[in-house]
Design a protein around this ligand. Structure first.
Ligand code: URA
Ligand code: CA
Length: 442
C-alpha cells in the first residue's frame, strides 16, 4: 500500500477500503506519513466526503490508534459530550443526577479554548479538586460513587490528535465524516458504551445550520449503530448562554444551586433532557419522561447533591462548597450593567459573550494560559425579555475596574434590543437516535 494511491482514490471520489483507511490512520499515529500527504488526503475527504461505512471504519481505526480502555465500573459506562457552548454546565448537573439514578458516568472533558468553557477548568475552581487522575483511580471512583469527571487521557486516539491539528490549519475542520469520527473515536477509546451527544446549532457553533447539525447527528447515530455502541444526539440551540452564569466558579455555583433545587430554567431543562437519554441508553429509564421524573426526584431528595459531594471528595476537592457556595473563589469587583433604553432583548451573540468572559480572564487564548476561576458574569435577561431603563441586564464579577469596564463594553455590543416583542430562543430542536429523528420543542 502506498499513500499516493490512497490520495488518488479519494481525489477520484472513490470509497476507501478498510485497508486504505487503516494504513493512513496508522501512518498518522506513528508519524510515518508526513504532514503534507495527510493534509492532501484530508482535503480530498473534505471535498469528496466519505460514506457511512468509510466513516465508521475511520472512527474505529482512530479509536484503536492508541489505548482502548475497558473500564470495569460495575455497569454500562455512560458518556455525554457537547460540541461546544457558552455557559454550558450541563455535565456538572447531569453527572451526579444520573449517578443518583443508578447510572455510571465516566466523563472525560476538555479544557476551555477560545470562547467555550471547559468542564475540567470549572471543576478546578473547587479547592483541592484533582482532574488529572490515574486510570485505576477514576475507574474506581465511577464504580463507587457513580460519576467522575476528569481530563482527557493523553494516550487516547493519537491519530485524531495529529489529524485534528492538521485540520485546524488546512481548512478541513468542517467535514461531517471528519468531525463525527474525531468525536466518537475519543469516546469509544475511553470505554464509553452508550453516548449522548449535544450537537449545538447556530452562529458560532461547529454546525451553523439545522440541516448541517442534523446531518452530523444522523451520521454519528449511524456510526454508533454499526459499532454496537448506542449514540443519541440532541440538537440544541446556542443563540444565548444556556445557563445564566458564565465563568468557571460562577458556573459551578449555578450547577450546585440547581442540584439544591433552588434554580429552575434552561440549563436545568437541557441537563435533564440529556440525562434522561443517558438513563434510557443504560436501560435505567423506560422513556424520556420517566428519566426526567427520576432526576427531578433526585433533586428533591438531595440524592443528586449528595453524589456531587461524594464525587468532589473522591477527587480531592472540598465537598463543603455544595452547602456553602461562598467557599468558591470570588471576584473583588462586582458591579451591574444596566439598561439605558427600553426594548425586548432580541439577539444575543453567544460567541461574543464567551469572548467577553475569556478577556476577563475566565478563558485561555493559548493552551497554557492560566485562567482566573473567579471572574465572569451573570446574565439576568434572556432573549424575549422586556427591559426598561435602569434594569440590571447583567452582573459583572471582575478582577479590577478596568477589566469590568472593558467587559461592560463587550457585553453591551453583544446584545441587540428591539421595540417589538420577540419569542424566547429555542433550546432543543430535535432528538436523533436509532429510533429515528424526533422534533422536540423545548
Ligand atoms: N471536536 C472534536 O473533537 N473533533 C472535531 O473534529 C470537532 C470538534
Ligand atoms: Ca449494531
Amino acid at each position: 500500500m502506498d499513500i499516493l494511491s490512497v490520495i488518488e482514490h479519494k481525489k477520484q471520489n472513490k470509497s476507501l477500503t478498510k485497508e486504505e483507511i487503516r494504513f493512513f490512520v496508522h501512518g498518522a499515529a506513528d508519524g510515518s506519513l508526513p504532514d503534507y500527504q495527510l493534509a492532501a488526503l484530508l482535503m480530498a475527504i473534505r471535498l469528496n466526503g466519505m460514506d457511512l461505512d468509510e466513516t465508521a471504519c475511520l472512527t474505529w481505526e482512530m479509536a484503536q490508534s492508541g489505548a482502548m480502555l475497558e473500564p470495569d465500573v460495575g455497569g454500562l459506562p455512560l458518556d455525554k459530550h457537547s460540541t461546544g457552548g457558552v455557559g454550558d454546565t450541563t455535565t456538572l448537573v447531569l453527572a451526579p443526577l444520573v449517578a443518583a439514578c443508578g447510572g455510571k458516568v465516566l466523563k472525560m472533558s476538555g479544557r476551555g479554548l477560545g470562547h467555550t468553557g471547559g468542564t475540567v477548568d470549572k471543576l478546578e475552581s473547587i479547592e483541592g479538586m484533582q482532574v488529572e487522575l490515574a486510570e485505576d483511580t477514576f475507574v474506581s471512583i465511577v464504580k463507587e460513587v457513580g460519576c467522575c469527571v476528569v481530563g482527557q487521557s493523553k494516550n487516547l486516539a493519537p491519530a485524531d490528535k495529529r489529524l485534528y491539528a492538521l485540520r485546524d490549519v488546512t481548512g478541513t475542520v468542517d467535514s461531517v465524516p471528519l468531525i463525527a469520527s474525531s468525536i466518537l473515536s475519543k469516546k469509544f477509546a475511553s470505554g464509553a458504551k452508550a453516548i449522548v451527544l449535544d450537537v449545538k446549532v447556530g452562529s458560532g457553533a461547529l454546525m451553523p445550520t439545522l440541516p448541517d447539525a442534523m446531518h452530523l447527528a444522523q451520521t454519528m447515530v449511524e456510526i454508533g449503530k454499526r459499532l454496537n455502541r448506542p449514540v443519541s444526539c440532541v440538537i440544541s440551540g446556542m443563540e444565548e448562554p444556556l445557563g445564566s452564569h458564565v465563568g468557571n466558579a460562577l458556573e459551578v455555583k449555578e450547577a450546585i444551586e440547581i442540584l439544591q433545587g433552588k434554580v429552575e430554567g434552561p440549563l436545568k431543562d437541557v441537563a435533564l433532557f440529556l440525562g434522561s437519554r443517558m438513563l434510557m441508553n443504560a436501560g435505567l429509564a423506560k422513556d424520556g419522561a420517566d428519566g426526567t421524573a427520576q432526576m427531578e426526584k433526585a433533586i428533591c431528595s438531595g440524592a443528586g447533591l449528595k453524589k456531587f459531594k461524594e464525587m468532589i471528595a473522591a477527587q480531592g476537592g472540598n465537598p463543603k462548597v455544595c452547602d456553602d457556595v461562598s467557599l468558591l473563589p470570588a471576584a473583588p469587583v462586582i458591579c451591574p450593567v444596566c439598561a439605558t433604553e427600553s426594548g425586548y432583548l432580541s439577539k444575543t451573540d453567544g460567541v461574543a459573550l464567551g469572548l467577553a468572559a475569556q478577556k476577563m480572564g475566565a478563558g485561555r487564548m493559548k493552551k497554557d494560559d492560566v485562567i482566573d476561576p473567579a471572574v465572569g458574569f451573570v446574565m439576568h435577561k434572556r432573549i424575549g425579555d422586556l427591559v426598561k431603563p435602569g434594569d440590571v441586564i447583567c452582573t459583572l464579577h471582575a478582577r479590577d475596574a478596568a477589566s469590568a469596564r472593558q467587559a461592560e463594553e463587550n457585553i453591551r455590543s453583544a446584545l441587540t434590543f428591539s421595540p417589538a416583542p420577540v419569542p424566547a430562543a429555542r433550546l432543543i430542536y430535535a432528538l436523533v437516535s436509532e429510533q429515528g429523528t424526533e422534533n422536540v420543542n423545548l
